[in-house]
Each structure stands twice: as C-alpha cells, then as structure tokens.
Design a protein around this ligand. Structure first.
Ligand code: HEC
Length: 251
C-alpha cells in the first residue's frame, strides 16, 4: 500500500512537470522585446481604442470585425509581457491592472459598455489604478485566436510593404516583436487542434513563427533587408503549414 502511495505520488509529481507552466509565457519575454517597445505598442493601441470608442458611430463601425476586441486583446498580451519582464519598473503603470482592464473591454457589446470599460483601460494606462491585479495570467485567455490571426494578418501586410523600402526600421522591428509576443499566446491556445496527435506540430509551428519574427526584428534593426526577407518568408511558411495541416485538416 505504502509503495502504491509512493509511486502514485511520484506519478502525480511527474505529470505536473509535463503540464504547461500556467501564469508564465512559454518563452522569456526579455528574449523577445524591451519594455520600451512594449510600452510604445500599448500606447499606440490605447490611442486606437480611444478612436474606436470616441462616439457611438465610431464604435458601431468596429462591431462587424470585432476590432475593439482585437485591439484590446493585443493590449492584454503586451501588458502581460511587461508583467513578466525583468525591467517592468520602466513602465509607468501597473501592467497587470491594465491587462485585466483590457481583457474586460474585449467583451464589450454595446457603446455604453465599451465607454465604461475603456475608461478603466485609460485609468490603468495613466498609472492611476490600484495595482491590485495578480501577476499570474493564463496566456491562452488573453486574446481570441481569430482576433489574433486578424492582427497577425494585417500587421504582416504592413511589414511586407515596409520591407520594400525600409524607412522606419524601429517601427517595423516593433511590428515583428509584437507578433512574436502574440505567438506566445498562439503556442498555448491549442483549442483549435481537434486531433490531439497534432499538438506537437502546433507547438513546433508557433515556435517556428515566433523565432523567425524575433530573428527578423534583429535583421530589420540592422537594416539587413535581405536577411529580414529570408526570415519573413520562413515565418509565412509556418502560417501556410499550420492552416493547411491543422486548421483546414478536415476540409
Ligand atoms: C500554429 C498555427 C497557426 C499559425 C502559425 C498561423 N495561423 Fe492563422 N489560423 C490558425 C487557426 C487555427 C485559425 C482559425 C482561427 C479561428 O477561426 O478562430 C487561423 C485563422 C487565420 C485567419 C482567419 C481569421 C479569422 O477571422 O478567423 C487569418 C487571416 C490567418 N489565420 C492568418 C495568418 C497569418 C497571416 C499567419 C502568419 C503570419 C498565421 N495565420 C499563422 C492557425 C495558425
């Protein structure tokens, strides 16, 4: 009996090690982006959200494509990246509070809701929140996969354009690192993988996509367009492979 308890608790302990580490991204955020870049990205998205909820008409126009949900999902992911960043003190706001406010805003269905929930986002972003939110968060709950894909798609189009003539390398590099952060959420949001035997492939392609974007950001900053293009092509191959082999498997 004793032996049984011992071996079953050993089994439980080893099973725990196999579980993903909830509350922490699958790669250290410090290897992906600086807090300055993360803050710049959040500033841009909070400004965009401000425009989206500036009037009832403006908000109505965002509904079809769930654009508020999309932008707020990016804020939530980036804010969590700041929470987990060793230089988080450089941000002048409580990133965990901002993350929770952004997650709440994602669900806004009416202009009234959006106005109220955005006010909380703005307050946190201005550093006026209480700082009471927990640092831990589940990366697969910060944004929705469909909205994330829309963000990935439109940013990729922007990156493709800017590669033709690299005028603002720092901005383009920030696009790449933002996509790499979103790919952290991609890796752990496996709910679309219906055939569980494909879980390793999902992980492999998300990691591949992320590492290509991290390498691409470096090449862009060094103004090495040829290298940047190589990484961009490799990243896009991961998109197509994942769509063909996993998303459209039974189609
Ligand atoms: C690891 C797998 C994976 C990778 C990598 C991936 N995708 Fe996707 N993509 C999916 C899945 C799964 C869906 C379906 C999501 C849903 O419907 O909620 C999807 C959906 C989409 C959609 C439709 C979004 C919508 O409104 O439902 C677009 C556009 C898209 N992906 C673009 C891209 C681009 C561009 C890239 C690379 C730059 C990429 N994806 C990389 C798995 C992936």
């Amino acid at each position: 009996m004793r032996r049984f308890i011992l071996s079953s608790s050993l089994f439980a302990a080893s099973a725990l090690c196999l579980l993903p580490a909830w509350g922490e991204a699958p790669q250290k955020v410090v290897e992906i982006a600086s807090v300055d870049d993360l803050v710049a990205e959040i500033n841009a998205k909070v400004e965009l959200l401000g425009q989206q909820v500036a009037s009832a008409d403006a908000f109505a126009m965002t509904l079809e494509k769930k654009e508020v949900n999309q932008a707020a999902g990016v804020v939530a992911c980036i804010a969590q990246a700041i929470v987990e960043h060793p230089d988080k003190a450089k941000a002048k706001f409580h990133a965990a509070d901002l993350r929770d406010a952004a997650v709440s805003l994602r669900a806004a269905k009416t202009f009234d809701d959006a106005t109220k929930l955005f006010a909380a986002v703005k307050e946190s972003h201005a550093g006026k929140s209480a700082g009471t939110a927990k640092p831990d968060a589940e990366w697969n709950k910060l944004t929705g996969l469909g909205r994330m894909m829309e963000e990935v798609n439109s940013r990729s189009a922007g990156i493709r354009k800017s590669l033709r003539r690299l005028q603002k390398p720092d901005e383009t590099a920030r696009d790449c690192t933002t996509l790499a952060i979103l790919a952290l959420a991609m890796e752990v949001d496996t709910h679309e993988v219906k055939d569980k035997a494909q879980l390793p492939l999902w992980k492999e392609l998300s990691v591949k996509y992320r590492s290509e974007m991290i390498a691409m950001a470096k090449a862009v900053r060094a103004k090495d367009t040829a290298k940047a293009n190589e990484h961009f092509t490799a990243a896009n191959a991961a998109c197509s492979q994942c769509h063909e082999k996993i998303r459209d498997k039974d189609k």
